[in-house]
Unconditional design. Sequence first.
Length: 407
Amino acid sequence: MGLSPRTGSLESLREHNLLRVIDVLLERGLASRADIARHTGLSRTTVSSLVADLIDRGLVAERTDVEQQRDSGGAGRPPVLLALDRSAGAAIGIDFGHSHVRVAVADLSHEILAESTRTMDVDGSAAEGLGAAAGLVDQLLAEAGVPRDRVINVGMGVPGPISHITGSVGNGAILPGWVGVNPGAEMERRLGLPVSVENDANLGAFGEVLFGAGRGAQEIVYLKVSSGIGAGLIVGGRIHRGAGGTAGEIGHVLVDEEGHVCRCGNRGCLETVAAAPGLLEQLGRTHGTGISIEDVVRLASAGDPGCRRVISDSGRHIGRAVAMLCNLLNPARVIVGGDLSAAGDLLLDPLRAALRRYAIPSAAEDAEVLTGTLGERAEVRGAVALAIGEADRTLMQATGGMTATGS
């Protein structure tokens, strides 16, 4: 009897360390034993023992990584990388924009197995948007050959502030067709699966931090510049939501007191002059009402002066608003995503100039402004990562706990 507490303590410690290893693999997708040791602070000997245990349980598998071999100049053997085994489960990411829904099915190493997008007016009806997403989930699970009972979690992004107290959309003026709707609960009812909900710009920031232009940074601002403008904030390596979930609503910063009325009810918000609908309205008289934001970017790149002007003005307005964020948060990177990011330096150069003019010099110098590398997929990749980030608890339940074998 005297040995029981000690034995129990050792098993509890090993269980805790096994979870730490799994957490690294859930976040990174692929990692070597040395990576795991560095991120957990455990010795390489301990990591090797824990990994062997997880491989025996069928939760972890070894892979070789050709890209790392190429990056090392071809010298030496590529490192043996580890990932959660595909049989361990799958995750689903759902990204609602104002004008689309995108769904992806992934394994627990973050590898996308199937993905599809549907263009639609998401703002007008929550029921239609949620129904379309549920239909895409069914389609993609069949396409990927993933049984529904292997799905561990669903991550979902919504283009509006989400109250993390009630789970409801925090501002009905931004998503008028979603007033009074709890999107997570509604999607859980439709799918019969657990759902984690987050603001779409926050998920774009999460995706870029894990897999794109934000890797290695602890403080970033991610701008989604599309039908609306939102900012995802990463502070201290974590998503910053604010007290009620409205942190990052930069699209509703006042830029012109005499400007157009915004959908939020205020006048002269940044979105009215710098988001896609405002740009298209400005070009309507000269370029026709059938022009799309993709057309604007293409024509601007080809030298069209009107399209170049509205994109430049958009960058300038955004840069002035971002300067305030940089003064407050002092980010290392400002990453621009969304439809307008395809304009590249046509948008970013005036944004950078405005940032230098209106931010304090040290904050402007610290903030590297660059285009996101994940493009239109940043939010759905972040949604998958959100789902996988909740997976360790479910994984352990599915395997009957982590009572350790060996020492």
